[in-house]
Design a protein around this ligand. Structure first.
Ligand SMILES: [Zn+2]
Length: 193
């Protein structure tokens, strides 16, 4: 269900998503500069693994940053964040999975963040080209939710309930609009380059 949904939203290869894993990090990697820190904790991709910080799994204990209580709100947060992180999987493929490829991918990020910070370009994290490219799925999902709140709520409820049929039905209905939104995103991305 998650694979079908994320493959459609982010236009990421289904097989790549099937091979991917979602894991929890220890607390020790919180210093990574490429974390999305704004709301406390974040996620990143190493190879084919998407790693989320512990607060994503906690029902409580991280204040407003506890996203593991299985509420509608935390379900939506997970969905949005996954829709972004899966956009990094094809990038990691591009750089390769041997040690050198992984290092080069890491350095490409560090280079993009670092040069943006030095040049005073804002936002440092979300404006980096690799981030913008990875953000397609989240942007599309956000647009869908904004355009039709009632339909968005149906999706979140279906995901929360693990209702595969409802999610696939929603997806079938939304396919034309998702395609239009992706085209729009890719066009704007190309113009920004
Ligand atoms: Zn990212």
């Amino acid at each position: 269900m998650a694979v079908d949904l994320l493959a459609a939203l982010a236009a990421v290869d289904r097989d790549l998503l099937l091979r991917a894993r979602v894991k929890r990090t220890g607390g020790e990697v919180l210093w990574f500069p490429w974390y999305r820190r704004r709301r406390g904790g974040g996620a990143f991709v190493v190879g084919r693994t998407i790693r989320f910080t512990p607060n994503w799994y906690a029902a409580s204990g991280y204040g407003r940053s506890s996203f593991g209580d299985r509420s509608r709100r935390s379900t939506l947060r997970w969905l949005m964040h996954l829709a972004h992180e899966v956009g990094h999987l094809p990038q990691a493929e591009r750089f390769g999975h041997h040690a050198l490829g992984r290092l080069r991918y890491l350095l490409a990020f560090a280079g993009q963040y670092g040069s943006r910070a030095l040049l005073g370009r804002w936002p440092v994290h979300d404006g980096a080209p690799l981030e913008r490219e990875a953000d397609r799925g989240r942007w599309v999902l956000r647009e869908l939710l904004v355009q039709d709140r009632r339909k968005g709520l149906l999706l979140v409820k279906a995901v929360q309930a693990g209702d595969r049929d409802a999610v696939l039905g929603w997806l079938r209905q939304s396919t034309p609009l998702i395609g239009q939104l992706q085209t729009r995103y890719d066009r704007e991305l190309a113009m920004a380059r």
